[in-house]
Design a protein around this ligand. Sequence first.
Ligand SMILES: [Zn+2]
Length: 303
Amino acid sequence: MSEPLLDILKRGTVLLCDGATGTELQNRGLPQGDPPERLLLDDPDLVLALHRDYIAAGADIIETNSFGANRSRLAHYGLQDRVTELCLKATELARRAADESPRRVWVAGSIGPSGDIMEPLGPLSAKAAYDSFAEAAEALARGGADILFIETMMAQDEAAIAVRAAKENTRLPVAATMSFEKGKAGLRTPWGVDPATAVQALTEAGADLLGANCGRGFDDMVDIIAEMRPLTEKPLLAQANAGLPQWLDGRNVYPETPESILPDVNRLLHLGVNLIGGCCGTGPAHIRKMRELVDQFNEGKRS
Ligand SMILES: [Zn+2]
């Protein structure tokens, strides 16, 4: 039996995640506005190729193409009754790419927000949210995920419910990350959650790993991790966007290049991040550059 993921992190080894799924699939032909999960049915080879490219670039952990595979979100496309099928398919593809790799690669089951606003401000009840996250988590676990990544969370109640649903319905370690933007009040999610509150709420809900993803770029991520690190002993996960996108020629173009993010990646490593990867706008080229830095960092710790 190989060493559990959390034990490897506890020893101080930093692991590298992959880059974006959604924006990278758009770069490869997914029309803007189409759900990436539809490719699981229509063009699974495109999804498999992306997984393989991230592994070739050096990712230790790849994420399933299931970010939006929950009942509320899929209802917009008439796919609400196919959550289990889509999550199983997403895990199968990631698992295949991971298991054919000669070095160990872990599969993280991606769980994004419901896309609905919770009661009392919106239509989504706590029970419906719980059931929806439980359905996705169970299927990702059954499909063979090694860990679950609950990500891009913005509302505190929804994030906590997602973590509880994942912990109570699977035996997998659960990472939970929220998305923060820097405004006048400091770093906040669009629903007003600050990093300290996120650390506390996600820990209370039972998350095994905490952190942040998406947002506005690697420079903001440095400040987020600097705030979170003193507040928790749990492993921290950071997956930033390649900056703020600009709308050019009918698609989003992200400004940060594989080279330009490296100083901030280095800062994140020295701040004590345990898992690092990329979100929107990052691709295999970003991950390949990050691999070099992560290797240097891990080597430096050993010697
Ligand atoms: Zn993102």
